[in-house]
Write a protein that binds this ligand. Structure first.
Ligand code: ATP
Ligand code: MG
Length: 435
């Protein structure tokens, strides 16, 4: 109805100056049709984690790169190969966060949660960034939902964090998952075990893949993570870390298992589970899902008793986990778990002709002011096209106003489900729409 710019000219200029852009590799849009799935994961997290004593925290997406180098460890896949780091205009080394644990601990110290007594418990969700090879269940921008509990060395905390992860999975409706548990011991145990493992693997050097040969010198525990089948065969007869545990670590791990058994939580011990990040101590766990193929871990976590001190605080015990949200959605789909879309009543208001469209504008504002969702068309349409649109938008009611209605002070209200309509005085609109 109003003057339009000439599309061919605009189109040409547009093409001339720019090409149509797409997302980066391994980075995806989340479109309106899928948003209810994401909201489901977030709402369940709000519900379950707050029920378990956690409060939400929102930490920044960019941090000083050093935060992750110090916490995750220099010789880890994330820091060596996967971090998105750059130098900003002020010559600062910045990094897109590859995970949230280090940021949460940084925030815990920065805002003096360490002085408040008890255990500080946070949960979060949001995007993380790792420069990995994109494949099913592995993206460069992906999302995690997780918890961090900081301030206790008790095995009750390990067990409670694991129970919280299981509660979340149960509330999502997933069934085909397993819980794998191990203990990497304290730093001394880890060092002792690393020596034992190095001695064992040195004798098998020729059978190891190239990466594992270099891991042998630099971070031998990571050999246990290798997916290469020749390496896996060698690893299958490697010594178990439990033989390197000191008495306290053994006792701690036994207590965690006992608490989980008391809740009939099923788990298996995976003696080769060590996790790729340096900061883990004692309990580590992973939750693989049966239907996910190669990238099958939906959750990973564990205890990290040295991280708080490493980042400048007084020593404090801590445990946390993170779920990969994309993988949770794949797992839900593979189990055909229905995620219902929440809908709210919607009124579509159709104006026929320029004058009526202006009246429609006011009516829509009035309906919205009453707290009911209402939409209209910004462009002129035929009645048929209006109704088609109302149908597509799944409107419960269509309100139709033409010149005749304007002249007589009436409106047509159409019940879209039953396909019946009635003409009523416009003053009765609210009661007709039941608002
Ligand atoms: P993986 O062995 O699959 O690389 P990870 O040990 O690197 O996992 P964590 O850093 O512990 O994973 O992250 C916890 C969870 O986040 C993983 O179990 C997984 O569900 C998810 N995750 C990690 N990296 C990615 C990624 N690149 N794309 C999608 N999800 C991911
Ligand atoms: Mg990884």
């Amino acid at each position: 109805m109003y003057g339009k710019p000439h599309p061919p000219v605009v189109g040409f200029l547009f093409l001339w100056t720019t090409m149509r852009q797409t997302t980066l590799k391994g980075v995806e849009d989340i479109l309106p049709a899928d948003i209810h799935r994401w909201q489901f994961l977030e709402q369940q997290a709000d519900e379950v984690f707050s029920r378990c004593g956690y409060q939400q925290i929102r930490i920044p997406i960019i941090e000083p790169a050093q935060l992750f180098v110090r916490s995750i460890g220099e010789q880890t896949d994330i820091v060596e190969k996967e971090m998105y780091s750059f130098t900003d205009r002020g010559e600062r080394q910045i990094c897109l966060r590859p995970e949230a644990t280090a940021s949460v601990v940084r925030a815990y110290l920065q805002h003096q949660f360490d002085g408040q007594g008890g255990c500080a418990q946070f949960y979060y969700y949001g995007p993380m960034f790792r420069g990995e090879r994109p494949q099913a269940g592995r993206q460069r921008q992906f999302h995690q939902v997780g918890v961090e509990a900081i301030g206790s060395y008790s095995p009750l905390l390990d067990a409670d964090v694991v129970m919280t992860a299981l509660r979340y999975i149960e509330c999502l409706g997933l069934r085909r998952y397993r819980l794998q548990l191990n203990s990497v011991g304290c730093p001394e145990d880890k060092t002792n075990y690393a020596q034992q493992l190095r001695d064992f693997l040195s004798g098998q050097r020729s059978g190891l893949c190239e990466s594992c040969v270099s891991r042998l010198e630099r971070n031998v525990l990571r050999v246990l993570d290798c997916k290469n089948s020749a390496c896996r065969q060698i690893i299958a007869s490697a010594p178990h870390i439990e033989h390197a545990h000191c008495a306290q670590c053994r006792e701690h791990f036994a207590a965690v298992q006992e608490m989980l058994r008391s809740q009939k939580a099923e788990f298996e011990i995976n003696p080769y589970l060590v996790r790729g990040l340096d900061y883990y101590t004692r309990t580590v766990f992973e939750i693989p899902h049966g239907q996910l193929g190669a990238q099958n871990a939906i959750c990973a976590g564990g205890r990290y008793d040295n991280l708080v001190a490493e980042l400048g605080g007084s020593p404090a015990g801590a445990v946390g986990f993170a779920f990969g949200m994309e993988r949770l959605l794949i797992a839900l789909e593979s189990e055909s778990t229905a995620i219902s879309e929440k809908t709210r009543p919607l009124v579509y208001v159709a104006g026929l002709g320029v004058v009526a469209m202006r009246a429609v504008f006011s009516i829509v504002q009035e309906i919205r002011a009453q707290g009911v969702a209402a939409v209209f068309s910004y462009e002129e349409r035929s009645l048929k096209s209006h109704l088609k649109r109302a149908d597509k938008l799944k409107a419960n009611h269509a309100v139709i106003i033409g010149e005749e209605e304007l002249a007589s002070g009436t409106i047509l209200v159409r019940d879209m489900r039953r396909s019946i309509q009635q003409s009523i005085p416009s003053s009765l609109l609210r009661s007709a729409l039941e608002i």
